[in-house]
Design a protein around this ligand. Sequence first.
Ligand SMILES: O=C(O)CCC(=O)C(=O)O
Ligand SMILES: [Fe+2]
Length: 194
Amino acid sequence: MELWVEPPQWISLPQGRLLWWPDAFQPEADAWFGQLQAEIPWQQHRLTLFGREHDEPRLSCWMGEAAYRYSGKTREPEAWHPLVNEIRQQVQGICEQPFNGVLLNLYRHGRDSMGWHADNEPELGPNPVIASVSLGATRRFLLHHRNGERRQLQLSHGSLLVMAGEMQHHWQHALPRIGAADTARINLTFRYLV
Ligand SMILES: O=C(O)CCC(=O)C(=O)O
Ligand SMILES: [Fe+2]
């Protein structure tokens, strides 16, 4: 039995920092993935691109204690699912700070994705800490600074990535589509709405 687990490490970036912990949620990750895929009220939302409406290339669910306004739309929260609340407690313990909302994303296959953006909505406050839990298929996460610098990470099953510092002012992130993967990925990004 493997007893050694990789500890979390801080990665410092120009104008931001990341906490990266690939094995944060082993061995719970398998059970979490199955239960969340089956039990979260996944919704198909629409987005407006160049004046035309499209389905977002993923399913999602906003959960927590307050409505969340982003991309010009207001999302009313779903009540805490008991497992999501349990994951929240664990993430709060690691990050030593509270989270009162979470955006859950379900990428059904490799053609689902998330475009370039920063998590910089006013209700997140000036320097938000965003804690991202990944379950299921490993997907590439891209970071792009306004000065042109780039970074990437492979967000694997059971991993935790925390974005902190001034990052959301200077960096954008994205989860690009990939051709081959046909397995699903679930991502939970915990946030604190002020
Ligand atoms: O799926 C991911 O890892 C990224 C999700 C994300 O950036 C977001 O929900 O704001
Ligand atoms: Fe984001």
